[in-house]
Ligand binder design. Sequence first.
Ligand code: PSV
Ligand code: MN
Length: 424
Amino acid sequence: MQLEKQSIQNINQDALAAHQRKFTYIAGEVANAEHIVKKLEAFNIAIPSWALGTGGTRFGRFSGGGEPRSLEEKIEDVGLIHALNRSSNSISLHIPWDIPDNASSIKTLASQLGLHFDAVNSNTFQDQQKQELSYKFGSLHHVDKAVRKQAVEHNIEVIKYGVELGSNALSVWLSDGSNFPGQLNFRNAFKNTSESLQEIYDALPDDWKIWIEYKPYEPNFYSTTIGDWGQSYLLASKLGSKASTLVDLGHHLPNTNIEQIVSLLLMEGKLAGFHFNDSKYGDDDLTVGSINPYQLFLIFNELVEGMDARGLDHATGIGWMIDASHNVKDPVEDLLQSVEAIKIAYAQALLIDQQELKSAQQNNDVAKGQEILQNAYRTDVRPLLAEARLRADGALDPIGAFRKLKVRDQLIGARGSKSVATGL
Ligand code: PSV
Ligand code: MN
């Protein structure tokens, strides 16, 4: 299904007067409201193809119904999200969960909905039915050269799919690691990984990038071969300029200062981009901004400051993607909430007078530095986001419109209540 502009505009009508009141107020309060609205209009976050169905844990999965049954239906759902928020104009595919068998018709469908393809993700953390060798003991780091070769070839195949779709980045996350001390020689595992990645790197088209994700644990619980940003950075540095480090917010041990990692990676030109989500304990894959929105804001403060220092375009300078899971919420509503949280943090970071902050830092005026950050964080920027959506023909209240238009009921009607989307 597709949402007509007119039906979204009809719903906006009821909320327009209240919106205009709030927008006029904030436009009078902050110096750069118009500038921020323009930045927000340009800012998009990719939706992962694997997050359009219900997420599960090893203790079960409770579908809300109407899950997309095919890649086409996943693209359709991203089209719905984008029609509502005008900020989700791309989709990131995970292969082989989503193999684009007919790339040209998939591309046409996406472009009809105003979408394009973001980074493609390989999967060597699960065994597939027709696969010859097992990844039980790892893939790119495996002790057996034949397994490494199979995993390298899979990544090269993923690049080929990506080329057909017009994507230009390969995102690699390895579950490779060990469950017990003594299982693995760390140096050999790292060297094997490095060599395997080099083979993949050598197969990248000229204008392509490879993004290397890290994660401290799970599914392996003693060591992960690319366990933290240092290990990812080391590999990316050895590989060359097309390689950089992808930060998944959930892939840090509790209380890690992620904003500092982001700042340094940006400084070194090695920040590939993000997998956004939120967490309380581990890789919980919760809705972005649902647990720790202040951390997200601090990350965006570093991003805005660091990207400006390097002359990077905020919208396109690095990769912006969500990587979340939804156990108890409607996936579309959850994704709408995540995009909103990311844009709120971005808008708040844009409120900061970076010159003023620098001068507070220069003068060791600690209280002033905190005031500057917290004044921005405590500003309600939601009318700026709503205005950006309104100007782009989106919904003033995306979740409200999704509900009023009974989108989920229609999806259940078309797809059934028992459909299952591919993914974890
Ligand atoms: C692993 O936890 C991860 O963050 C990687 O990005 C995977 O590709 C994704 O989740 C989906 O399982
Ligand atoms: Mn991830």
